[in-house]
Design a protein around this ligand. Structure first.
Ligand code: PEP
Ligand code: MN
Length: 376
């Protein structure tokens, strides 16, 4: 779908007066009291932050957690806007929220991860937004499904919203590794490839889940070319009513932001060493594809043999041997063990799928052998 996104990098949105990366949105996870909202906003404004966030309605995974102060908090955000001149925004999860925010004159809204995962809720929000031109940021869905993310952006775009952005807050997976939500950066990069003009924000607070990780994740976001950051900041994080462990004090926030390294260099036109390296990479990628193709042809022959001799497709012992061999080789060559495991598990799965097709007679090896190899 063609997105009509107003000007690249949110110029013209009225939220940021400067164009430099990172565009910053900061504020507490939740608005808790008028004083807490105002105090945080004033400290952030002093630091040059122009866009202020605070959750009013908090969709929590489990009940009996703090679920937000509700509509009352909108008055605190309006007051913050009036008294500090900052732009203010909050999370919306249903039409009623959108209507209340528009009435209160908020400058931007965002859809939370749990909402993006639900097309009914997204559609309801999109309908409520028809005819307005407020900026809307869409967090990735909780599960690593890029189509839900793109779909939510499409629904908003079809409702006429053109100040559209995306927030990468990581994915809830069975094993998220050291962070609260696995970043799976490739998904955010793929989103940017699909919807080129979309401004992309990184949310290091929700990815990390612990304040000690905010710095490294924010830096990584910048190194990957994200346009902005949305960061949780609270005057007294340990006492916060939600997400206490991941919020920063204003002082910590300022310190981290001032030390971010923003690399703005570009490859000079005709830089011959870069061109040569890239050419070499392309050659190696072609070699990898040739090897993969040849490997698959051998797997097909084995599949045919297994079929003729009534052998099961999966040979667990053999697979375990392959896996331990490649992991050992990876370690000897200083390649990440996880890389070797992921690649070989994917290759093995593809071989099993192909052999299963052969067993079920969907592929006739005689034919596939004659197929023109794409890389020959
Ligand atoms: C939030 O921004 O406070 C929030 C609830 O985030 P997410 O939707 O990413 O969990
Ligand atoms: Mn939060």
């Amino acid at each position: 779908m063609d997105f009509k996104i107003e000007t690249e990098g949110c110029e013209g949105w009225g939220l940021f007066s400067r164009r430099e990366r990172p565009l910053l949105i900061a504020g507490p996870c939740s608005a808790e009291s008028e004083e807490q909202v105002m105090e945080t906003a004033l400290r952030l404004r002093e630091a040059g932050v122009e866009a202020f966030r605070a959750g009013i309605w908090k969709p929590r995974t489990r009940p009996n957690c703090f679920e937000g102060v509700g509509e009352e908090g909108l008055a605190w955000l309006s007051k913050t806007r009036r008294e500090t001149g900052m732009k203010v925004g909050t999370e919306v999860a249903k039409a009623r929220h959108v209507e209340a925010c528009l009435k209160a004159g908020l400058d931007f809204l965002w859809l939370g991860a749990r909402t993006t995962a639900n097309p009914f809720a997204v559609q309801e929000i999109a309908e409520a937004l028809k005819g307005t031109d407020i900026a809307v940021l869409v967090k990735n869905p909780v599960n690593p499904d890029i189509n839900l993310w793109i779909g939510a952006l499409e629904r908003l775009s079809m409702a006429g919203i053109s100040k559209l952005g995306a927030i990468h807050r990581g994915f809830s997976t069975y094993d998220s590794g050291k962070y609260r939500n696995a970043p799976q950066w490739q998904i955010a990069i793929d989103l940017k490839r699909e919807i080129k003009p979309i401004p992309l924000f990184c949310d290091p607070s929700h990815i990390g889940g612990q304040r000690e990780y905010v710095r490294e994740i924010a830096q990584k976001g910048m190194d990957l070319g994200f346009d902005g950051l949305i960061v949780e900041v609270h005057p007294n994080p340990d006492k916060a009513l939600s997400d206490a462990q991941q919020q920063l004090t204003p002082k910590e926030f300022i310190e981290i932001m001032s030390k971010l390294v923003i690399r703005t260099g570009q490859v000079a036109d005709g830089d011959s060493s870069m061109e040569a390296w890239r050419e070499r990479i392309d050659q190696l990628d072609r070699a990898l594809m040739r090897t993969l193709t040849e490997r698959m042809r051998v797997c097909e022959q084995i599949g045919e043999y297994k079929k003729a001799h009534n052998l099961p497709v999966l040979q667990t012992d053999r697979w375990e041997k392959i896996l331990s061999r490649v992991v050992k080789e990876a370690e000897e060559n200083r390649l990440p063990r996880e890389l070797a495991e992921r690649i070989f598990k994917a290759i093995h799965q593809a071989s099993i799928d192909r052999q299963t097709e052969i067993m079920e007679g969907q592929i006739l090896i005689g034919h596939s052998n004659k197929r023109q190899l794409p890389f020959s």
